[in-house]
Write a protein of this length. Structure first.
Length: 310
C-alpha cells in the first residue's frame, strides 16, 4: 500500500488544528488504497498549538506525529523539517488554516498515481478578501522575479502541492541555509501540473505574515534566485562614474570659458556628492546582503533545532 505524508507547518495556530485534522481526514478516507501519516511541525509557537497537536497524537499515535522546535525558526525551516521527517511515497504540504482546500487531495493523488507528473501544485486565481495593496505588491513581486531570474515562479502559486518521493529527495538535497521554497520547487524541475482555485479565507485565527515579513520574504526570494541586484549595483556604479567624468569636464571647460561663474554652485555640488554617496551606500548594501548570506551558509549552523519529536 502506498503512503501519503501530510506536512503541516504550524505557528500559533491553536484555533485551527482541531478543525484541520477532521476536514482532511474526511477527504483522504475516500482514497481507499492509500495509507496516510501527518507531520505537524510546531515552529516554536507561544500559544497552545503544541497541546492541540498532542491531543490528536494521543488519539491517533500511529498516524499523527509532530516535531516541535526549540524556538521560532520560520516557515521555511518548518517545511524543510517536515520533508525530512516524511516517509511517504507521496508528500503533500498544507497550511493548517484550511486556506488550502483539502478536496483537491483526491485529484492530486490520482494525477500522480496514473500519469507521469511528479508534482501537482496549486495557484490562486484571485485574492478576494486580501488588502488591495497587498495583492498589488504580490503580483508585482512575481512580475519582477520572473523578469530577473532564470527560475520561473508561477504567479499565485501556493506551497500547497503533492510531490513524488523522487522530487522530495531532490529538494532535500538542497541544504542551503536561506530557503525560498517557491523558488526551490521550481528550480529542481520535474513535471508539474497546477490546479487553480479562488482565494479561501482562514477558518480561524489570524495570519502571522505582516507586511514587513512579506517584504523581507520577497527580497530574500529575489536574492536567492537572481544576481540582478548585483548587476544593478554595477550599472549604478558605472553610470555614476560616467556622470562624474562629464561633470569634471564641464567644470574644467567652464573655468576657462567663464571663470567668473566658477565660484557658484556649491549647493548643487553638495547635492551631487550626497547623491553619489547614497548610490555607493546602496551598492555596498546590496553586496553586503549577498556576503551576509554567504557568511550564514559557511557557518553551517542547523536550519532548525528539534526540542521534541514523536
Amino acid at each position: 500500500m502506498k503512503k501519503l505524508s501530510i506536512i503541516v507547518p504550524c505557528y500559533n495556530e491553536q484555533e485551527s488544528i482541531s478543525l484541520f485534522y477532521p476536514a482532511v481526514e474526511k477527504v483522504v478516507d475516500k482514497i481507499k488504497s492509500l495509507e496516510t501519516e501527518y507531520w505537524f511541525i510546531d515552529d516554536g509557537s507561544s500559544d497552545q498549538t503544541l497541546s492541540e497537536i498532542k491531543k490528536i497524537n494521543v488519539s491517533n499515535p500511529n498516524q499523527v506525529h509532530y516535531v516541535t522546535f526549540s524556538r521560532n525558526f520560520g516557515k521555511e525551516a518548518a517545511l524543510y523539517a517536515g520533508l525530512q521527517a516524511a516517509t511517504g511515497d507521496y508528500v503533500v504540504v498544507m497550511d493548517v488554516d484550511l486556506q488550502d482546500p483539502p478536496e483537491y487531495l483526491v485529484e492530486m493523488y490520482e494525477t500522480l498515481s496514473t500519469t507521469d507528473y511528479d508534482c501537482v501544485g496549486t495557484r490562486r486565481t484571485s485574492r478576494t478578501g486580501e488588502a488591495k495593496l497587498k495583492s498589488f505588491l504580490s503580483d508585482k513581486f512575481y512580475d519582477v522575479i520572473n523578469r530577473i531570474s532564470n527560475t520561473n515562479i508561477v504567479n499565485g502559486a501556493r506551497d500547497y502541492r503533492m510531490m513524488t518521493r523522487q522530487m522530495v529527495d531532490a529538494i532535500l538535497s538542497m541544504t542551503e541555509y536561506d530557503r525560498f521554497s517557491k523558488g526551490i520547487f521550481s528550480w529542481v524541475g520535474f513535471k508539474t501540473r497546477y490546479l487553480e482555485y479562488e482565494n479561501v479565507e482562514r477558518v480561524a485565527g489570524n495570519t502571522s505574515w505582516s507586511m514587513r515579513k512579506l517584504f523581507k520574504y520577497a527580497f530574500d526570494g529575489i536574492m536567492d534566485f537572481s544576481q540582478a541586484p548585483l548587476s544593478l549595483a554595477v550599472w549604478i556604479g558605472g553610470a555614476s562614474f560616467i556622470l562624474s567624468l562629464i561633470g569634471v569636464v564641464f567644470v574644467v571647460i567652464r573655468h576657462f570659458v567663464a571663470p567668473a561663474t566658477s565660484v557658484f554652485g556649491w549647493a548643487s555640488l553638495v547635492s551631487i556628492i550626497l547623491m553619489i554617496g547614497g548610490l555607493q551606500l546602496l551598492c555596498l548594501g546590496i553586496i553586503g546582503k549577498y556576503i551576509g548570506k554567504i557568511y550564514l551558509q559557511v557557518k553551517n549552523r542547523p536550519i532548525y533545532i528539534v526540542k521534541e519529536k514523536k
